[in-house]
Design a protein around this ligand. Structure first.
Ligand code: GLN
Length: 267
């Protein structure tokens, strides 16, 4: 199971999310709360909104774990953002590899990461998810992983009702996919993070499976000056709070995190 993390606050070097005491680098080889798999070494990536007036995030992705990529950490130490999403990947068995499969994925102002899996991706369920996409969104499925299909659905939702904030989009995305998967009678884990440069939000959602972990913190000793969302805490600070199953958490620079129950019937 992949691990993702998001930041909203004072400009932070991207590397802080990887190099925090239990940051994504440590979570790649020694995760504490993984429900399946053992390590997250099938890819690493980040999306960062720089303070350059451009509303679209910069993405860097590699098929390697953080410590064995020549560029990830050197770049991440120099790049700072008020909003960042980063992740390390543990490929779901049977799903393809490659840089395009390493979340977060970006398009326009949006970035998305996924921690989980969808049953029967290679069968009827994957076909239904794919067939439900408008042609323009199909192009986002550059590799056929469940996460990229989810990303394509996010872009389809955004095109239907342009400009919605990330927290509304993540809730609608989870609701739409959960409805389709319930109809198909398959299991899934759908912890999803979406960010738009102004807001970052994540939902903790699963169907027929125990949910993957998800946490929020309003700054920690190692990472002060902002709010954090993470699959598992990036340090041992007591500020980390577990997001309940079916919850959505929203962070934005200069604001306190908001935690509420997700409306999974909003589709
Ligand atoms: N199923 C997704 C992938 O293979 C996410 C995997 C995960 O959360 N471990 O990339």
């Amino acid at each position: 199971m992949c691990r993702f993390a998001a930041w909203a606050g004072e400009p932070l070097p991207v590397a802080a999310l990887f190099e925090a005491p239990h940051g994504l680098e440590a979570q790649a080889y020694r995760p504490r709360l993984l429900r399946s798999g053992h390590v997250n070494v099938d890819g690493s990536a980040f999306a960062c909104w720089l303070d350059d007036g451009d509303g679209t995030p910069l993405r860097y992705a590699t098929t390697r774990p953080p410590w064995s990529d020549a560029n990830l950490l050197p770049l991440a130490r120099r790049l700072r953002g008020r909003m960042i999403v980063a992740a390390v990947r543990s490929a779901t068995p049977g799903q393809p590899g490659g840089e395009d499969a390493a979340a977060p994925f970006v398009a326009g102002r949006l970035a998305m990461a996924h921690n989980g899996w969808i049953e029967d991706l290679a069968g009827e369920t994957g076909k239904r998810l794919s067939d439900a996409l408008p042609a323009a969104a199909q192009t986002a499925v550059t590799v056929r992983t469940d996460s990229r299909l989810l990303f394509a659905h996010l872009l389809a939702l955004d095109a239907e009702d342009p400009g919605l904030p990330a927290d509304v989009l993540v809730e609608r995305l989870a609701a739409r996919i959960a409805r389709m998967l319930r109809e198909a009678g398959v299991r899934a884990q759908l912890n999803l993070a979406v960010a738009d440069g102004g807001t970052a939000a994540a939902v903790r959602c699963s169907l027929g499976e125990p949910p993957n972990s998800l946490f929020v913190a309003e700054g920690t000793g190692a990472l002060p000056g902002g709010a954090l969302i993470a699959s598992e805490p990036l340090d041992d600070d007591p500020a980390w709070q577990e997001v309940p199953d079916g919850g959505v958490v929203v962070i934005a620079p200069g604001r306190r995190p908001v935690l509420r129950a997700a409306d999974l019937e909003v589709d």
